[in-house]
Design a protein around this ligand. Structure first.
Ligand code: PEP
Ligand code: CO
Length: 421
């Protein structure tokens, strides 16, 4: 299987990874903001062009609100086209009276609750590759083919603003953008940037057989290697041991890379990760995605951010407000509350404001579909609502309206930051 994968073409080109690295370097300097978003786990069964389109649509909508308020470009990165492997807290799962091997993502086994389905199948690696290729093909077409036109994205946001009570709160942002678009049109300003965007892919680089088979030498020459399965591979919280295989692998490729950091991560560990993953102190190379939980971010994030700043490693800090705020409700359903998700982001902004550093972006599990997996948000979803469209293969995702509401709230935080500075 590894041989077959090695024979397949790269999914991304080195030049694209370099371009993302320079966008992330900008974000690291406070000159851009990052949105990284998508499913917790992509699946083979749920693949369709419409789903890819709907995910991209919500990312574009969020990006417009964020760009307006921050006054800097929004770097758009999907958790997509390769997000098929899941680290699990427990190696087994009890379903009815059976104890089954845990589901580890479609790249490894199937989520169906039978012993047979849970057996790992190497063919899944190829299937994951093929689906990733199709997904990237669609994303590139949507990004350049007119779908991402600013005026239509703004129109979708207008519909959200006028369709709900909650949306009304963002009327001033929407009318500000209306005026800006009118003004640009009147002046005859019409650049490509108003009709096309750049979008990048990312996933957790968990299954090293897959990543390694898609590792290619830079065709421009030199002893430089890229992980050509994605633009931005990241290291999950469970595999971030600085002397472990995942850190070793990512230290050897030239892509921009990220690493999750939880509230139990020490200053020493973070500094060793900086040295292992970015010894040459290249801007844009390393992003830390903090996922501490709303109650721990205020105490645990500041020592890490200030130690990294004092050591002069150029790091971009983004916030994953999902994984530290997950809980099982009384019915045993894994969920997250919209208010907790926002509270962690607000705490992350407070920390950075206090230290004079830049809150560089957000990392969100979401879908463009109308699912009911997270509580709260504009439709005030309740525990009872979770039963109606709980479709995720792994962790609960924000639906499109929750995601957009979150983006407008983050936009308020960015606006506030801009006004103070
Ligand atoms: C994830 O991003 O889906 C994930 C498993 O996160 P973490 O590694 O932070 O637990
Ligand atoms: Co997840």
């Amino acid at each position: 299987m590894r041989k077959k994968l090695t024979a397949r073409p790269p999914l991304i080109y080195a030049g694209e990874a370099v371009s993302l690295k320079s966008a992330l370097a900008q974000a690291g300097r406070g000159e851009a903001f990052v949105i990284q978003a998508g499913d917790c786990a992509e699946t083979f069964a749920e693949f369709s062009p419409d789903r890819v389109k709907d995910l991209f649509k919500v990312i574009l909508q969020m990006a417009v609100a964020l760009t307006w308020s921050s006054g800097v470009p929004t770097v758009k990165i999907g958790r997509v086209a390769g997000q098929f492997a899941k680290p699990r807290s427990s190696p087994t799962e009890v379903v009815g009276d059976q104890v089954l091997e845990a589901y580890r993502g479609d790249m490894v086994n199937s989520a169906l609750p039978t012993a047979e389905a849970r057996r790992p199948d190497p063919e899944n690696l190829l299937h994951a590759y093929d689906q990733s290729a199709s997904t990237l093909n669609l994303l590139r077409a949507f990004a350049r083919g007119g779908f991402a036109d600013l005026a239509s994205v703004h129109q979708w946001n207008r519909e959200f603003v006028s369709a709900s009570q909650e949306g009304q709160r963002y009327e001033s942002v929407a009318s500000g953008i209306d005026s800006a678009l009118r003004f640009m049109k009147a002046c005859g300003i019409d650049s490509r940037a108003l009709h096309e965007v750049e979008v990048f892919s990312s996933h957790e680089a968990l299954i090293l057989d897959y990543e390694q088979a898609l590792t290619r030498q830079d065709s421009m020459g030199g002893d430089v290697w890229y992980d050509c399965s994605t633009h931005m591979p990241w290291i999950g919280n469970r595999t971030k041991d600085p002397s472990g295989a995942h850190v070793e692998y990512l230290s050897g490729v030239a892509n921009p890379v990220a690493c999750k950091v939880d509230a139990d991560t020490s200053v020493d560990q973070v500094l060793v990760l900086c040295e292992r993953l970015n010894p040459s102190r290249e801007e844009g190379r390393l992003t830390f995605i903090s996922r501490m939980g709303k109650d721990r971010v205020l105490d645990h994030l500041p020592p890490l951010v200030s130690a990294v700043r004092d050591s002069e490693y150029p790091v971009l800090w983004t916030c994953d407000p999902m994984h530290g705020n997950t809980f099982k409700n009384d019915a045993g359903v894994k969920t997250r509350h919209f208010d907790d998700v926002f509270a962690e982001i607000a705490g992350y902004f407070d920390v950075h404001r206090g230290l004079g550093t830049w809150p560089g972006g957000i990392h969100i599990e979401l879908t463009g579909e109308n699912v009911t997996e997270c509580l709260g948000g504009p439709d005030e979803l309740t525990h009872e609502d979770l039963g109606s469209r709980y479709l995720t293969a792994c962790d609960p995702r924000l639906n499109a309206r929750q995601a957009l509401d979150l983006a407008f709230r983050v936009a308020e935080l960015l606006d506030d930051l801009r006004i103070r500075n």
